[in-house]
Design a protein around this ligand. Structure first.
Ligand SMILES: [Fe+2]
Length: 303
């Protein structure tokens, strides 16, 4: 099994008070801690201490964390990542607050942490005869961090790392054309039954395109749109369906300009499912299945 999920995203924000308001009141995450200039959040259906870390002082991604299932797999991945050729550094329990021992792979200008242990908080509804959801969720009431889209230059090598070393599957890929040797534009990679746990987009190393919270269904995506309008949050794209992954989506910006997404649907991925290919000439339908138009900011704005 190896990597279970994208465990956390750590981003910079320009104004902590505004960011706190956005992620608590609009996205509806729970604040679970604040220390050393960082504020920690989790969704209501997440058991670990946090899935989002905010740090004041700019905009964009600081690091992300992938949670591995077993301690022995963590050691195996560290050794395999070193052999693969990326720079790998270790961190000890507590260096990342509430996170156990682990290692960081430096790839595509990003710091990708791998860890197996994080402080367990549980959920309000508990695990014995639980209710379906907590009462009095705020705003969108996002239950779970879902995936993220990173920008970087050498996508081919990064994709090979995720597939060969971490046992992710390429679920959908976009290529410039069907010509031999045409460059890879983007790849959607899964370590679960979802269409993607992480996606990579050709571009400047270190760029963050968006990170995403999972919603239950299209109705919840529509409700989220209402909340975003109510709270005067700038919407970048949607609500619509993607052609790519078939997911239902809205992209919007936090007050610092980091792009968020809420996402539902998509198909159930299995490892024996063949990879879907998209060509760049079909980008508009891939992004916005209904309008079949490319939203310019979606391609040009990132942090
Ligand atoms: Fe996404």
């Amino acid at each position: 099994m190896g990597v279970m999920r994208l465990g956390y995203v750590h981003v910079k924000v320009t104004d902590m008070a505004e960011a706190r308001q956005h992620y608590s009141e609009t996205v509806g995450l729970y604040e679970t801690g604040a220390a050393d200039g960082k504020v920690y959040f989790k969704g209501w259906d997440e058991w670990d201490h946090h899935s989002l870390v905010l740090e004041e002082g700019g905009v964009g991604l600081v690091r992300l964390g992938m949670k591995v299932r077993k301690p022995e797999e963590l050691a195996q991945f560290e050794s395999a990542a070193q052999k693969f050729g990326y720079t790998v550094t270790r961190f000890s329990k507590g260096e990342n607050a509430e996170v156990g021992d682990g290692f960081t792979v430096h790839m595509l200008g990003h710091q990708v942490d791998f860890y197996q242990d994080m402080t367990y908080l549980g959920v309000d509804v508990g695990v014995l005869n639980p209710m379906s959801h907590p009462r009095n969720l705020k705003g969108i009431g996002a239950p779970f961090l879902d995936h993220m889209l990173l920008k970087g230059d050498d996508l081919e090598t990064a994709e090979r790392f995720f597939v060969d070393v971490l046992d992710f599957a390429p679920v959908e890929r976009m290529v410039a054309s069907m010509d031999d040797g045409a460059p890879l534009i983007a790849t959607w990679l899964s370590c679960s039954s979802k269409t993607h746990d992480i996606a990579l987009l050709k571009g400047e190393d270190g760029g963050l395109h968006h990170f995403t919270f999972q919603l239950r269904d299209w109705g919840k995506v529509q409700d989220a749109a209402d909340t975003l309008v109510h709270d005067d949050v700038p919407i970048d794209l949607g609500p619509t369906r993607h052609g790519i992954t078939r997911g239902e989506t809205i992209y919007f910006f936090d007050p610092s300009g980091n792009r968020n997404e809420v996402f539902a649907g998509g198909y159930n991925f299995n490892y024996d499912r063949p990879c879907v290919t998209w060509t760049m000439d079909q980008l508009a339908r891939g992004l916005d299945y209904y309008k079949r138009e490319v939203t310019e900011t979606f391609l040009t704005v990132y942090t």
